[in-house]
Structures are given as C-alpha cells and as structure tokens.
Design a protein around this ligand. Sequence first.
Ligand code: RTP
Ligand code: MG
Length: 138
Amino acid sequence: MSAEQTLILVKPDGVARGLTGEILRRIEAKGYRITGLRMLTADRELLAAHYEEHQGKPFYEPLVEFMSSGPLVAVRAEGDRVIEGFRSLAGTTDPTGAAPGTIRGDLGRDWGLAVQQNLVHGSDSTLSAERELGLWFS
Ligand code: RTP
Ligand code: MG
C-alpha cells in the first residue's frame, strides 16, 4: 500500500519572507517525506484551476493576484494521514486566530492586506490532493 500524499504550497509571502526553509523543516520534523519540490511563479490559468471552488467569491480576485505575485514553492509530501496532519500543522485559515505552534499561528499575517497572506496551502481531502497534485506535478 502506498502512503497518502498531499499538495502543499509555500505561498509567495512565505518565499518572499524567507520562510521556505522553516516551513519545509516543520513538514520534515513531523515525519512527512518530501517527494517532490518545485519553485515557480504560477500563472492565472494554473491558479484558476487550483482555486476552481473559490471562483466568484469576493476574495477570489485578490487571491489570484497575490498567488501570482511572485515565486512559490510546490511540495509533494507523503506520510500516514498527511492530508489531515498538514492541515493541522498549518493552523486555521485566518492567521490571527490560528493557534500558536502552527505555521500560520506562529508566522502568518493578515492585517492591512487585501487577502490573508497565510503562508501555506494544503489539500483538504484525498480527492482534492489527487486533483491538485495532477495540476502542480503532472
Ligand atoms: P488553503 O486552501 O490555502 O490551504 O487554505 P484554506 O483551505 O484554509 O482556505 P480556503 O477557504 O480554501 O481559502 C483559500 C485561500 O483564500 C484566501 N482567503 N481569503 N475572506 C478572506 O479574505 C479569505 N478567505 C480565504 C486565503 O489565502 C486562503 O488560504
Ligand atoms: Mg482550501
């Protein structure tokens, strides 16, 4: 049986702030294996597919704007229950409310910004992990 896989993104704020290493360190320290790594600047087409479920929402445009604003790092990570486990490492969407000890709680910012710059994305189900890994690691 192959281990579960998930798609993690270190968003442009994480790369710009020099937190890529710290975020990868937390993923590995937890015991997950990094099996794919890519740095790229995402175009609107890729982001439209990635954020399909959010199209039409008020934060969609600023989100795509932010996500295409600079390089990001796409990570394929593997491990037992890694999808749920990474969401837990990341903390809640809103960095102000995210628990200390989580990536967003310790390092994320959301004040004075058009959209939450919450450092990371993690797939939220096996179905979305499969879909998103296909987009970023085809
Ligand atoms: P992600 O997809 O990035 O792992 O984050 P998530 O599941 O916690 O959040 P989701 O609801 O999927 O939203 C995707 C990203 O959109 C931005 N967002 N801003 N009201 C807002 O300003 C708002 N809501 C969502 C965040 O960057 C969020 O991570
Ligand atoms: Mg999400």
